[in-house]
Design a protein. Structure first.
Length: 492
């Protein structure tokens, strides 16, 4: 998978093209850092257009045979791949923890979600069976789905194993050949994914990995033989990828950032609500696009906030809260907290200046609660991407929804209440693609697709579940008429 590098724990990362790990064409590399202690654990190449061209050539060469194989044969690879994900969960989770900083339980949950995503791909022969209808005597119409061709998936740092598996199983099972561009901050998991897919029997060239940064992404957007691109990351970059990819006549689905609102009603069950809100805010150190970052406290909610304060104070960074991805991220997050405090917000639990004994060089931000935030503050509007929860006071549910509607994002929203009427009202009126009731992280489970609204998503369809089938395939409509059987009417 890699070449020897005695200065780091892991050898230098290599690209994976046509079934082999290969060095990049250039000498430029970037340190891969363990965010828990700041140590350099590997180096990753910063590939350019030539490496993308090589990967695309390998994918194009593999496409005719792979796409011609019946889908029931293609998914056999993913039955084996799912088993290997489960069998190798220990080392896969350990790798996620080292390059991303997740706690062991969070990393294991990520790998298990990858297995669930793969399980859905194994069901695609049943889900994508062609439609056929006799529209008139002797006249038959049929719709069948065909793969798009060579596609690319650009993944973020926050889920090194899961987000690549949002796209890999479905896209490849549906007959496409793929180039994965993982985040240059967490490149190690992609190599293990490539190894497991090869071990599962995936033919060479069907799946390729090219590492790099901005130049690599630009090369993907410009490469003429790449037919479709998915992207997951910040809204700023999602817009760039969407515009550049579609300008080059590609289909693009780009998922951006989020500012998820949890509306807590006075009748919410206190223990469940406080535990769920804190878990949503602090899980994965808040580095997930479904993390709660704004709590709309409706009416008399102080009893719930007091419980949240006690829960957050009991949490131990380095034990049940991992680090954020980089020193720059830590500084940026702490800057948001300081700015809000200067503008009049009240910091109930302060995670700034956090240091973990024995890991003093790690990038830790302690879980933070900030009350009396106003909707105009930057911390209430922008994606912080850290273990920070801001509390905005609202007089009623419409006041809370008004704040939610003013957000430019629309990834997720949730309401905590014991009233079915209030729950339904929020679900119908929240401006978000994913909504929940008494759920801190309202991620749909397979076969339901993942995808937000507004500036949280650019493009049509969802990146997972049934909604992804439309993106990864193109339909062919077939009409057949047998003259001896067909009557003469307007349809014939």
């Amino acid at each position: 998978m890699t070449t020897l590098d005695v200065s780091a724990k892991y050898p230098r990362v290599r690209n994976y093209i046509a079934g082999e790990f290969v060095d990049g064409d250039g000498a430029r590399t970037l340190d891969v850092t363990n965010p828990a202690d700041g140590s350099v654990i590997s180096r990753v190449p910063l590939s350019g257009a030539s490496e993308i061209d090589r990967a695309v050539a390998a994918a194009k060469a593999a496409f005719p045979a792979w796409s011609a194989a019946p889908i029931k044969e293609r998914v056999q690879v993913f039955f084996r791949y799912k088993t290997l994900l489960e069998q190798n969960i220990d080392d896969l989770a350990a790798l996620v923890t080292e390059e991303n900083g997740k706690t062991d339980s969070e990393a294991r949950a990520e790998v298990l979600k990858s297995a669930e995503l793969t399980e859905f791909a194994c069901s695609l022969p049943q889900i994508t069976a062609g439609e056929v209808l006799e529209v008139s005597r002797g006249v038959e119409c049929r719709v069948e789905r065909y793969p798009v061709g060579v596609v690319a998936s650009i993944a973020p740092f926050n889920f090194p194993n899961m987000v690549p598996n949002w796209t890999i199983p479905n896209a490849i099972a549906l007959g496409n050949c793929m180039i994965l561009k993982p985040s240059e901050q967490v490149p190690l998991s992609a190599g293990r994914i490539a190894e497991l897919l090869r071990q599962s029997g995936l033919p060479d060239g069907v799946f390729n990995v090219v590492h790099g940064g901005q130049e690599t992404v630009e090369a993907i957007c410009d490469q003429p033989d790449i037919e479709g691109i998915t992207f997951v990351g910040s809204t700023r970059v999602a817009k760039i990828v969407y515009r550049r990819g579609t300008a080059n006549l590609k289909r693009v689905l780009a998922l951006g950032g989020a500012k998820n609102h949890l509306i807590v009603m006075p009748d919410a069950e206190p223990e469940m609500t406080s535990n769920n809100v804190v878990a949503s805010m602090s899980g994965c150190a808040g580095q997930r696009c479904m993390a709660a970052s704004v709590m709309m406290a409706v009416g008399k909610s102080d009893h719930i906030i007091e419980r949240m304060v006690n829960i957050v104070r009991s949490m131990v960074p380095g034990k049940n809260v991992g680090p954020v991805i980089s020193r720059e991220a830590k500084q940026r997050i702490e800057g948001y907290i300081t700015e809000a405090e200067k503008m009049g917000a009240k910091v109930l639990v302060d995670g700034r200046g956090c240091s973990v004994p024995g890991r003093e060089n790690g990038f830790y931000v302690g879980p933070t609660l900030i009350d009396y935030v106003t909707p105009e503050m930057r911390i209430a509007q922008e994606e912080v991407f850290g273990p920070v929860m801001v509390i905005i006071r609202a007089k009623d549910v419409d006041d809370a929804l008004d704040v939610q509607h003013r957000s430019r994002y629309g990834n997720a929203a949730s309401v905590f209440t014991e009233s079915g009427g209030v729950a339904r009202y929020v679900m119908e009126n929240a401006s978000a693609g994913m909504v929940g009731v008494n759920v801190g992280v309202p991620v749909p489970r397979e076969p339901f697709g993942f995808g937000g609204w507004n500036e949280s998503k650019f493009g049509i369809g969802d990146i997972t579940g049934r909604g992804s089938v439309e993106f990864w395939t193109k339909s062919k409509k077939m009409t057949t008429k047998w003259n001896k059987e067909a009557g003469v009417n307007w349809m014939s």
